[in-house]
Ligand binder design. Structure first.
Ligand SMILES: [Zn+2]
Length: 103
């Protein structure tokens, strides 16, 4: 997966195309991610401790990773990512636009 939890991403397809948000959950087995406030669906929720009222709540549905692009923290643009190795040998993702490492 080219993205992970905590990444800021831009949505490339679907009803929230163009929106930006932070990844709050990743589902590597399904190659999907859940992005904050993106792809919201209405869900009928039974009353639980977390939702004592129950009823209809809005929650984020997972998006396929191919529909999101990482926003580079350095140049602030959506970018494809490559890989590079830091001086300490750690492998990190790299912005294809500006070359900055993306931790
Ligand atoms: Zn960049």
């Amino acid at each position: 997966m080219h993205v992970k939890k905590g990444d800021l991403v831009k949505v490339l397809a679907g009803k929230d195309k163009g929106k930006q948000g932070k990844i709050i959950r990743s589902l590597p087995k399904e190659s999907r991610v859940v992005v904050e406030k993106v792809n919201l669906i209405k869900k009928h929720q039974k009353p639980t401790q977390k939702y004592p009222q129950g009823g209809i709540i809005a929650m984020e549905a997972p998006l396929h990773v191919s529909n999101v692009m990482v926003i580079c923290p350095s140049c602030k643009k959506p970018t494809r990512t490559g890989h590079k190795f830091l001086d300490n040998g750690k492998k990190v993702r790299q912005c294809k636009r500006c070359g900055a490492a993306i931790e």
